[in-house]
Write a protein that binds this ligand. Sequence first.
Ligand SMILES: *Cc1c(COP(=O)(O)O)cnc(C)c1O
Length: 234
Amino acid sequence: MIMSTIAENYKNVLANIETACIEAGRDSKDATLIAVSKTKPLCDLKEAYDAGARDFGENHVQELVEKIPQMPEDVRWHMIGHLQRNKVKYIIGKVYLIHSVDSLRLAQEISKESVKAGVNTDILIEVNIASEESKWGMDAEGAVSLVTECAQLPGISIKGLMCVAPITENAEENSKYFKALKQLSVDIEAKKIHNVSMSVLSMGMTGDYMVAAREGATYLRVGTGIFGPRDYNK
Ligand SMILES: *Cc1c(COP(=O)(O)O)cnc(C)c1O
């Protein structure tokens, strides 16, 4: 059996994103691959780093803060998982972007801790674009009001939207959700809210990242496709 390495997987995913962008008439420089390294050991992250990965995504605060000092300083860390307010203080000033802001209270906490630390934190609003009961995130209407409310807060900047699309056998089925997130970002952008940019669209995972790239994703969050399946029992 031939095992593909993390480096090969990483390069394949990059090449697939580039192909999808070219087919959609997009500049592939506008689509950044995030290597989602949750549950994976440091040696795996280093292999991806050596293959060129600089953006890494994690979803647990403790794991994230343990990994940060053990990786090179030029890594950009992305917090992509549900974030509890009492853990915000541990990641402020350490993460490049928080993708998963889904309530005003969470945004207020990020604002408060950022001001305290004298930093500005970039955030995305997580949207439950398929209205799944099991998912975090605001519905589309709620996202618009959340953006408006967050825009007033010091120490944070809204950069765009994020979604986790449904798990599906057929990635094409998620194209409508990616289109909807893109449209929502265009609608919000049109409101020209002070301190709000809609330049970032974080969408697409292992099963559907090529569809997401085609539909305008600027960050693609791929874990399994780079590092292989996760073992949550360890
Ligand atoms: C785990 C995770 C991913 C990556 O999922 P894969 O299917 O392994 O690519 C992407 N986004 C979020 C929010 C995740 O929690």
